[in-house]
Write a protein that binds this ligand. Structure first.
Ligand code: SF4
Ligand code: SF4
Length: 501
């Protein structure tokens, strides 16, 4: 950046004096940037606005927080002995329950699929509407919005809060500040507590959290989440988005000139300046420089300075400016969702146009649909039977006194259904082989095994090859496990090892 500036000045002027000025300018820019980076944080006191985007944000705030706090309390009956919590990450039982879906550890690829789906969905939303995630649904935005609402309720709107911050410490100031921080801490503790409920049965662990009977990990994570919520939403706020979050840097690569972003329409707003009632609007812009948009901004920036990394696209400046436009009887939309392309088109006196179908949105949309279809098909055709066969390696085979050879296997039958089921187990691949098992009755070289619902059963199986048969060192052998009612079947190939004769 610095080099570029120097070259441009050199190119334009072509002498050493100009170059020197450019170098000095670059140094000044660098030191100003460094000062900006390390300067003390200036507190931001966003003013309350009313309008369609504020209403949408209130709705999303209540909807997302409602889902987060209440979801662990939703019940979903799954049968006797099964957890009835609709959403539960059961580490002890090795399961993830999500309403009718039950994911076993061997099926974690579903979670990977969901993460891919989430990422592609976010790419698509960003390509279409810019930082819509940051502005409306990111937990940092939602909790900060809630914390600001509490602050506003106790300390008043922007001007009152600013005055209170400057005022000396009186009983009233201490009362207000303590009340605010107490409520913030209660919200933070509720947030940490709700997080714990996703990993335990909520109605069981809730009273235990107060009596000290909950596991240590529950207190640890609750404490961690409480601290993080209080610190990130209460004290750090916009700094998290500006300095800590990588998303603002990444999202620039996902947008283009036709992405809808919160935009100040410079062509309409400039030349800005105060306006008195009855004065003409000709020869000037619609912006009356009232700074209502700046006062409303939770990031403390001025949208009129153009696209900025700090802007989370929350659209509150749109509501603030629309309100002003209504009062001065000018058309709304001086600040609005718009594209860089439209800014250019207007400068060429061409009508604005919105193009949602573009190569990148089509690409993200196609990937989203394909991944969704694969996930849907995988979930609907999901097997309720899984089998693992492990052959003993030490010793790999045993020579019996009558000359026959025996291999031992551990067969694990996973019954993913919620009811007890019966399975037939048999061997195939070697005609003369016989099967035996510890604790199980084998009839006609086939055994019947019942497995409890949502359980795993391990069986020790012996396969024996009689003497006097030509036997290579390794022979393919398969276990066939079939469910007695539905005929759902799994074939697990393995090998039978012998001493070559
Ligand atoms: S400039 Fe507007 S859209 Fe951007 S963060 Fe501030 S209020 Fe939100
Ligand atoms: S709220 Fe609208 S009129 Fe007021 S300063 Fe911002 S852009 Fe200008």
């Amino acid at each position: 950046m610095t080099e570029l500036k120097i070259n441009r000045v050199q190119g334009a002027n072509g002498n050493q004096a100009a170059e020197g000025v450019a170098v000095l300018d670059a140094a000044a820019v660098n030191s100003a940037a460094a000062r900006e980076l390390y300067k003390k944080r200036e507190p931001i006191y966003p003013k309350l606005v009313h309008g369609k985007f504020r209403a949408l944000k209130w709705f999303l705030l209540f909807a997302t927080l409602g889902v987060y706090y209440l979801l662990p309390w939703v019940r979903w009956p799954r049968g006797i002995g099964e957890p009835d919590q609709a959403v539960l990450i059961d580490f002890a039982g090795g399961r993830f329950y999500f309403f009718f879906i039950e994911i076993w550890p061997s099926e974690l690829y579903y979670v990977t699929g969901l993460l891919i789906l989430g990422a592609v969905g976010l790419f698509l939303a960003t390509a279409l509407f810019g930082r819509v995630w940051c502005g409306y649904a990111c937990p940092q935005t939602v909790w900060t919005d809630l914390y600001i609402a509490v602050e506003r309720l106790i300390e008043g709107d922007r001007n009152k809060r600013m005055r209170l911050a400057q005022a000396p410490w009186t009983f009233e100031k201490i009362r207000k500040k303590s009340m605010k921080h107490t409520i913030w801490l209660l919200i933070a503790a509720a947030t940490g507590g709700a997080w714990v409920f996703y990993f335990h049965d909520a109605p069981t662990i809730f009273p235990k959290l107060f009596t000290g009977e909950a596991p240590g990990s529950a207190y640890l994570f609750m404490g961690l989440l409480t601290f993080m919520t209080y610190a990130l939403a209460g004290t750090m706020r916009e700094q998290v988005c500006t300095y800590m979050c990588p998303w603002p840097r990444i999202q620039a690569a996902l947008t283009d000139d036709e992405t809808l972003q919160v935009t100040y329409k410079k062509d309409r707003g400039e030349k800005r300046g105060p306006h008195k009632k009855g004065e003409t609007w000709s020869g000037r812009g619609d912006c009356i420089d009232c700074k209502a948009c700046v006062a409303a901004c939770p990031m403390g920036i001025d949208i009129r300075d153009g696209a900025q990394l700090e802007c989370i696209n929350c659209a509150l400046c749109i509501d603030a400016c629309d309100d002003i436009m209504g009062r001065i009887d000018r058309p709304k939309g001086l600040i609005a969702y718009d594209t860089d392309e439209n800014m250019f088109r207007r400068s060429q006196s061409k009508p604005p146009k919105i193009r949602l179908l573009r190569s990148r949105t089509i690409f993200y949309g196609t990937v989203f649909v394909i991944v969704s279809a694969i996930m849907f098909m995988a979930l609907t055709s999901r097997a309720t039977l899984d089998v693992n066969v492990l052959r003993d390696r030490t010793p790999p085979f045993v020579q019996l006194s009558d000359g026959s050879v025996r291999n031992a296997y551990t067969v694990k039958i996973v019954n993913k259904a919620n009811v007890e089921r019966e399975f037939f187990v048999k061997l195939t691949g070697i005609d003369t082989i016989t099967m035996g098992a510890i604790g199980e009755e084998v009839t006609d070289n086939q055994m019947r095994v019942s497995v409890l619902g949502d359980d795993v059963r391990s069986i020790r199986v012996f396969a024996t090859l009689p003497p006097g048969i030509d036997r290579p060192a390794s022979m393919p052998l398969s276990f066939i496990i079939r469910e007695s009612v539905s005929d759902e079947e799994k074939t697990n190939p393995t090998v039978f090892l012998t001493e070559r004769r």
